[in-house]
Design a protein around this ligand. Sequence first.
Ligand code: IMP
Length: 187
Amino acid sequence: MSETKPLPESVLISESRLQDRIRELGAQIFTDYENQELVLLGVLRGSVLFFADLARAIFRAQLADQGREVALRFEFVQLVSYHDNTKPSAVQLIHGGSDYLKQRHVLVVEDIVDTGQTLKFLHEHLQTLDPKTVKVCTLLDRPFQRQVSVAIDYTGFEIPDAFVVGYGLDHAQRYRNLPYIAVLEST
Ligand code: IMP
């Protein structure tokens, strides 16, 4: 490893704050979709840890409220918008959705919304798959570099204008397994 490799130094959102907020989001989503079928559509790869915890939080809300249910289905799309650096580039679809979304309620699960280009691209792609409804849940919203306006229905945290890693988010594919969100700082 190179000596100048940047290290995630400062914790921005601790593990416990993440989990508390995800519990709240799960409860809200459960209430909003009660007694319906919902497709959670994870955007790979950054959303994987959030996706897994959110899915369990929705189930825990169900446990606390016997008699009601949200029937969850899992689907994934893979998009790339950053290529091993901290500058945005064009969005590309690597693997995307399926006919399964047709006439179903879809909740997109994103790690972070920055310029909004990824969500805009995904939204346009999803319309070709004819879902019944599409809503968006993002763990992080960083509105400072927004280039296109996008509708976000559920937000975990609005964060300051700094590149972050951890809890699924990477820098050059590193740091995804940190259980917290950290600001990436150069050494
Ligand atoms: P957008 O298209 O600019 O909104 O960027 C969305 C995507 O860029 C996210 O799904 C992430 O994969 C990636 N991204 C944006 N900001 C960060 C960051 O601070 N850390 C890691 N990945 C990021």
